[in-house]
Design a protein around this ligand. Structure first.
Ligand code: ZN
Length: 158
């Protein structure tokens, strides 16, 4: 029987060695940098959002295998999703890696992200796993700002 931990390990090593959606995004409308001083991880995330949908998301990063694999898995998971869906997924992922989801049934919406669940046993690694997600959140805020900062049309006082 295959060892589940070995399977998880191989997914993380694969995404670390061959990260998906790696490299800057030229026509991004949101970006953000993240830094984890505890481990030395750095990540920059670019997004191109049209309407409410994430059309493309890319990243560049340096640091440990967990931080890079998490960023890679994240970009694969949120491409094509709406901002709200991505933020919901970020919350579920955070619950997973902080161990708040422990004891509850596995969350099927996490898909491959579940491979990072083991991080919850290593508190120092939680920041490695969540770094790219914080950067994604900030990048999405930047992308959404021009839309959401437009004041509603003024039809005059009733
Ligand atoms: Zn790290």
């Amino acid at each position: 029987m295959p060892d589940v931990r070995e399977l998880y390990q191989s997914v993380i090593l694969d995404h670390n060695r061959a990260p998906r959606n790696y490299g800057p995004l030229a026509d991004a409308n949101g970006h953000a940098r993240g830094h984890n001083p505890l481990c030395g991880d750095e990540v920059t995330v670019w997004v191109r959002v049209a309407g409410e949908r994430i059309e493309e998301i890319r990243f560049v990063g340096s640091g440990c295998a967990i931080s890079k694999a998490s960023a890679s898995l994240m970009t694969a998971a949120v491409t094509g999703r709406t901002i709200d869906e991505a933020e919901t997924l970020a919350q579920r992922f955070h619950a997973l890696v902080t161990g708040r989801a422990a004891g509850s049934p596995p969350d099927p919406t996490l898909g491959r992200l579940a491979v990072l669940g083991g991080v919850s046993q290593y508190p120092a690694r939680v920041k490695c796993a969540s770094l790219a997600w914080h950067a994604m959140h900030a990048a999405l805020e930047e992308a959404a700002t021009p839309l959401r900062s437009v004041p509603p049309p003024d039809f005059g006082a009733p």
